[in-house]
Design a protein around this ligand. Structure first.
Ligand code: PLP
Length: 437
């Protein structure tokens, strides 16, 4: 209550904005994911690793726009590329060289031969599912319980199902995430737990067009794949003639040059990207095999959009991928992440906090649980959600900007300094001291 009262006081102007915003935007926000309790923090600007809110509070940003801003805020290289493009025209709905350069770079990073562009992660996963169904002539999509892949129908199933609705683990119910879906949507989606190849094997048959998965779950903190799991998924999909889709919207270009595909050495048939690849402009991409690309080339699967490959987005993506997120930048991000995790690990051990850290590339989190989380059902049962909520409030009140969802991860940028990391650890240490006292 004390921390909540502090937040209300420190962000009083955000409260005023909230009242005004609510009159014109449902929940006072442009996107549901920006909603927050007690209200959203309305920001004015960002520079490097720092952001400022409308009350004038300064924060070190570990939210980083849901992991988009690995380049850091107002990065001069990105700003220069975007400004230069502004002067040459920002939209033609005709291809520019920028799209070729970015596609070539994505092919180099991921090894998949063909690429198309989208405007968001949602569009990337939607196109991937059209490809899977178009290629196989089958209906069913298998997804992982508890995973979010954007807000189109096929994947808005069992995103965060409640214990009352989700059914038995051996036969999870496909639970629609909200209202508005045509009857039959859930019936065309099968749900399996993460990190369980046997369960996946049981869900695959001649009706399954595609398996869509994040190679590490990124929305219940971070849940890495157990050893051998991704190889087994690859094997099962190939044997069943099912298209294997990686949703690397969060991990791609953020955790390594070639995302999880590079880190774990398993190549799917389709990779979905968005977020970090465009350095802060909206955009996404899908990578695919020769066979799948042929369907698009022939116009059988419709992959299209007015703003696909938009020159401004491509200019930002080119600068992000070629000039800012270089091989050295990934080394720097990985080292910084290790350092931050080591700092948090020390605090956890020293204060006996029931928690552990998980990290992946530029991303990491403190999971308030003594035991590891392997899948969504673990997340529901083993996490101390009250501690997670309190830690969130505590960080926000002490100048550490966090994602609105209390179960997301931090993302570092190339502009985070050692002092920024130390700040996080110091706040976390004060938190640990207070709650264990
Ligand atoms: N896939 C994953 C794994 C995501 O985390 C998200 C968004 O958070 C999406 C897809 C959807 O991306 P977008 O919000 O750009 O539509």
């Amino acid at each position: 209550e004390r921390e909540r009262a502090r937040l209300l006081e420190r962000t009083a102007k955000s409260g005023e904005y909230y009242e005004r915003a609510k009159a014109v935007m449902p929940g006072g926000v442009p996107s549901q994911f920006q909603k927050n309790d007690p209200w959203p923090t309305y920001l004015t600007h960002g520079r490097g690793s720092q952001v400022w809110d409308v009350d004038g509070n300064q924060y070190t940003d570990f939210h980083n726009g849901f992991g988009v801003m690995c380049v850091g805020h107002a990065n001069p290289t990105i700003a220069a590329a975007v400004k230069a493009r502004m002067d040459e025209g920002t939209h033609f709905a005709a291809p520019t060289e920028g799209s070729i350069i970015v596609a070539e770079e994505l092919r180099r990073r991921w090894g998949l031969p063909h690429w198309r562009f989208t405007n968001s992660g949602t569009e990337s996963t939607m196109d991937a599912i059209h490809l899977a169904r178009g290629h196989t002539g089958r209906d069913i999509i298998v997804k992982i319980e508890g995973t979010y892949h954007g807000h189109h129908d096929a994947v808005m199933i069992s995103v965060k199902p409640s214990p009352e609705t989700m059914g038995d683990r051996s036969h999870p119910n496909p639970v629609p995430y909200g209202l508005g879906f045509a009857p039959g949507t859930a019936e065309n989606t099968r749900v399996v737990p993460f990190n369980d190849a046997e369960a996946l094997a049981g869900a695959l048959d001649e009706r399954v067009a595609g398996v869509i998965m994040e190679p590490a779950m990124m929305n219940i903190n971070i849940v890495p794949p157990v050893a051998g799991y991704l190889d087994k998924v690859r094997e099962l999909c190939s044997a069943n003639g099912t298209v294997m889709i990686y949703d690397e919207v969060k991990t791609g270009a953020a955790v390594a040059a070639g995302g999880m595909t590079e880190l774990f050495g398993v190549t799917p048939d389709v990779v979905c990207l968005a977020k970090a690849m465009c350095g802060g402009l909206p955009g996404g991409a899908i990578g695919m095999t020769d066979e799948l690309a042929a369907l698009i080339e022939a116009g059988q699967v419709k992959q299209q959009g007015t703003f696909n490959g938009n020159p401004l987005t491509m200019a930002a993506a080119q600068a992000t991928l070629l000039d800012v997120l270089t091989a050295d930048a990934y080394k720097q991000l990985h080292a910084a992440n290790e350092k931050l995790m080591a700092g948090c690990d020390r605090v956890i051990a020293e204060y006996g906090l029931p928690a552990h850290t998980v990290g992946l590339g530029s991303k990491g989190c403190v999971v308030m649980s003594e035991t590891p989380v392997r899948e969504y059902r673990d997340y529901l049962t083993v996490i101390h959600h009250d501690l997670t909520d309190l830690a969130w409030l505590y960080h926000m009140n002490n100048g550490i900007f966090m994602t609105p969802g209390q179960d997301e991860e931090w993302t570092l940028s190339v502009l985070h300094t050692d002092a920024d990391l130390q700040r996080y650890v110091d706040v976390f240490e004060t938190f640990a001291r207070e709650v264990t006292n």
